[in-house]
Ligand binder design. Structure first.
Ligand code: COA
Ligand code: MG
Length: 300
């Protein structure tokens, strides 16, 4: 369990995408409450604008040396069989905190990116292993079928898995990915669950996909509460208004923290080794203790 990865990155509750060629949106990044911003070189940028976007993203990173950053600055590159290498050659010198790799076909693609980063970090004089990776792990049918392999793969830089439904539905030729009630159809629910499990098996952060209706903040909050209850640890945002509701859901409340502290304290103060305790008439056992410890550890 949890043996697949050795990379750790600061916790990401919200990861806001910003098209890399859009000055107005880039200007909003510094004041964003997002934990991480993804400067996008892929599908939010028209192919003929990629060169412009690379220059802007590199300049953006150069102007914000890592030690001065108040939030993590990631870059989404293009797929490995597309313009990934050109993107990497352009942006790694700006010392991004992480790279989002889209359209992976499986864990081997993550390993390929790790090797590219090994070389580029040397070229740029950066600390080895300092740039971590988030793989978008469901965008091709191969990728979905190979998700269980993350449990046994060994990585040096993988820090998070994310999933996406839009590219997968295009790849399988589906007319839609939701039913008449707006819920994911089975293929996408299955892919989503498999990513959650793959992330847990690999010991990395599990980030839920985008809520595309960016004016529907109530729907976003409700869906994100479900994500958190299921075990996702953060979520992608595409609009600044989505960041606060996402952060709120993934920030433990004062009551959650107080309960976790009292569970841990009760186990520690028990007269001898025990697997179960009672607090205010409620029974707590080892899974509750683990959850309480995990919550307290996530506070940093
Ligand atoms: N990051 C930073 N700023 C953003 C932003 C983002 N992702 N999305 C919107 N803004 C800014 C807008 O520029 C606008 O500011 P301005 O009036 O000073 O220009 C303000 O926030 C309000 O935006 P709004 O008018 O509500 O939305 P919009 O119509 O301008 O943009 C989208 C809507 C969906 C096009 C835009 O949110 C977007 O580009 N999102 C990112 C898409 C993306 O990266 N997709 C790939 C990952 S799935
Ligand atoms: Mg995509």
């Amino acid at each position: 369990m949890a043996a697949g990865s050795s990379a750790s990155a600061p916790r990401i509750r919200s990861m806001l995408y910003v098209p890399g060629d859009d000055d107005r949106k880039l200007a909003k990044v510094d004041s964003s409450p997002a934990d991480a911003v993804v400067l996008d070189l892929e599908d939010s940028v028209a192919p003929e604008r990629r060169a412009v976007a690379r220059d802007k993203v590199r300049a953006f990173l150069d102007a914000r040396p890592r030690a001065s950053r108040s939030l993590q600055l990631w870059v989404r590159i293009n797929a490995l069989d597309d313009a990934a290498l050109v993107d990497l050659a352009a942006v790694v010198g700006g010392d991004p905190d992480g790279i989002v790799l889209p359209k992976v076909d499986g864990p081997d693609d993550v390993t390929r990116l790790e090797h590219c980063l090994d070389a580029l970090e040397v070229r740029e004089g950066l600390e080895g292993g300092s740039i971590v990776i988030c793989a978008v792990a469901t965008e091709t049918p191969d990728a979905v079928l190979r998700l269980p392999e993350y449990a046994s793969a060994r990585f040096t830089r993988l820090a998070a898995l994310n999933w996406g439904a839009e590219d997968l539905s295009a790849a399988v030729g589906a007319a839609t990915n939701v039913d008449e009630h707006g819920r994911w159809t089975l293929t996408y629910r299955w892919a989503r669950s498999a990513v959650l499990l793959a992330a847990k098996a690999a010991g990395v952060q599990a980030l839920d996909t985008v809520h595309v209706d960016f004016r529907d903040l109530d729907g976003l909050a409700a869906a994100t509460r479900e994500s958190a209850l299921e075990g996702f640890t953060g979520r992608v945002a595409i609009h600044p208004d989505q960041v606060e509701p996402i952060n709120r859901v993934f920030t433990p409340s004062a009551e959650d923290i107080a309960l976790a502290e009292s569970i841990v304290a009760a186990f520690e103060q028990a007269s001898g080794p025990t697997g179960t305790i009672g607090i205010d008439g409620v029974m707590y056992d080892i899974p509750h203790l683990k959850r309480a410890r995990r919550l307290l550890a996530s506070l940093g």
